[in-house]
Design a protein around this ligand. Structure first.
Ligand SMILES: [Fe+2]
Ligand SMILES: [Fe+2]
Ligand SMILES: [Fe+2]
Length: 484
């Protein structure tokens, strides 16, 4: 799940030119477990990719395969035999040129004390690596190569001084390694820099982004866990009850929320999906009449509320994401209003958008007229406020931003910050909300476990608009009975 989350962040937000995985991908890659131990049974996190049972290493390789940038994967001392390792992972070319940078990979044999040594053959290869390339040269290996005495890391190549000499002669800009879980800062010596990247496996699950600008390396640390002390709450997650769930499971979502440092989370299942069968929901046939729609009823609301209630002592709130019907009413049974602690409201469709060629001006007018009623209907958060436009391939109507902010403010409804779609919210609109004192609610809109509490882009947006944590709604503002 860690790796999936890292891959998602890389692919969606960070978009590196190349991704390096520097070994120790498994704890016991040499033992029988790595090949023979059966991974989580069907129903586990890999069920969509690989039906049946697969080895943990193959399961990891399947996730690594989802990385959109070129990747270089190097085995570490925990990964067992390199040839066996490369039966599952792609073996990197000895040199790889990406974005004007040449990467030279090494699998150095292990030495006592969890050190390693660069072989004569690999030193020769390093001497040759400069040939035909005048851009930056980067060495990639598992055990760190560091100038002796320049770092707290107790591991090194046993012939480090000689290797550094050869690196210098070849004009190496940077060497990057793994192995040492705390990681090192960039150690600079002359024109060369040395670094051990931190281990993703330990909280707060760090990794680093290295920039090479004009041959000079700089390093930025990222963490998968949320920044401590902000007390962030995820106001929008889906569950195994969603027709559109990838792999959500309430029990696992709760433990991941804790692992990544969320102060709490709300389950907010689609009300329309709980009330109607898949065909009726996806066709939108229920929207003209909302809860009064007589056909395709398949009510699972009671089951959902009972199941969500089971997790109450785990700092979770039981909520709903109510669809807005075509009269501007939330699709929620009257008896359920008092049973949920949080009601998100979402405009997912509009009558005009059901037409073959919807007109943007009519769509905007219809949206605002439904919103007038919907925002005042008792919802606590307006989910993904203008997303209905981007989903329809239209620009959000900027002239509607100010009236929407007024409406939210009057009704005391929070505006959700939701990046579930690639584009995310309109920064101008969010800034206007903050300026007018409309509270912001962070929602992951998780449909897969790797998304729960993923607020890296949310926090980035807050920084971009110059807003602080005081702009955020607290759970006690929005969740009925919180904390109980
Ligand atoms: Fe290692
Ligand atoms: Fe939604
Ligand atoms: Fe949602």
């Amino acid at each position: 799940m860690l790796l999936r989350r890292a891959v998602r962040r890389l692919n969606r937000y960070l978009r590196p030119d190349v991704t390096l995985l520097l070994g120790d991908l498994l704890d016991d890659g040499g033992g029988n477990g790595a090949r023979n131990l059966l991974c989580e049974a069907p129903g586990g996190p890999f069920r969509q990719k690989v039906p049946g049972t697969i080895s943990p290493r193959a399961a990891l390789a399947a996730i690594v395969d989802e990385i959109e940038s070129p990747t270089i994967v190097i085995p570490g001392n925990h990964d067992g035999d390199a040839d066996r390792f490369y039966e599952d992972f792609p073996r990197p070319a000895l040199t790889l040129d990406v974005a004007g940078v040449r990467f030279v990979s090494f699998v150095d044999p292990e030495e006592p004390g969890w050190n390693a040594r660069r072989t004569r053959r690999d030193l020769d290869r390093l001497r040759e690596a400069r040939r035909g390339h005048d851009g930056p040269l980067v060495c990639v290996q598992h055990v760190p190569l560091l100038p002796p005495g320049r770092s707290d890391c107790e591991f090194n190549l046993t012939n480090a001084e000689e290797v550094i000499e050869v690196c210098r002669a070849a004009g190496v800009t940077l060497t990057i390694a793994g192995h040492y879980h705390p990681g090192t800062p960039l150690v600079r010596e002359g024109d060369m820099a040395f670094v051990a990247a931190p281990g993703l496996c330990e909280r707060p699950f760090p990794f680093c982004i290295i920039d090479l600008e004009e041959g000079r390396a700089s390093l930025e640390r990222h963490e998968l866990a949320l920044p401590a002390g902000l007390g962030l709450f995820d106001f929008h997650t889906h569950t195994e009850f969603a027709y559109c769930s990838a792999d959500m499971e309430m029990s696992r979502a709760v433990s991941l929320a804790r692992e990544f440092g969320l102060a709490g989370m709300a389950f907010t299942e689609h009300s329309g999906q709980l009330l109607f069968d898949g065909e009726t929901y996806w066709s939108g046939a229920f929207l003209p009449d909302g809860i009064d729609h007589p056909k395709g009823v398949r009510d699972r609301t009671d089951d959902y509320l009972a199941r969500a209630g089971d997790f109450a002592e785990h700092r979770t709130a039981c909520g709903l994401e109510a669809d807005c019907d075509f009269k501007g009413r939330p699709v929620i049974r009257p008896q359920d209003r008092d049973r949920v602690q949080l009601l998100l409201g979402a405009v997912h469709r509009l009558p005009e958008l059901m037409r073959p060629r919807p007109d943007p001006a009519k769509t905007a007018a219809e949206f605002m007229s439904l919103a007038e009623r919907f925002v005042r209907s008792g919802i606590g958060v307006l989910a993904h406020p203008f997303r209905v436009f981007s989903r329809a391939g239209m620009e959000a109507p900027r002239e509607a931003f100010a009236p929407m902010v007024r409406l939210l403010k009057d009704a005391g409804v929070a505006a959700e910050v939701n990046f579930h779609d690639q584009n995310g919210p309109q920064a101008d609109f969010i800034r206007m909300c903050v300026d007018e004192g409309v509270k912001l609610a962070f929602g992951s809109d998780a449909h897969s476990l790797s998304e729960v509490g993923e607020f890296a882009p949310h926090l980035g947006l807050l920084e971009e608009i110059g807003a602080g944590p005081e702009a955020l709604a607290r759970p006690e503002d929005l969740v009925r009975g919180w904390p109980w």
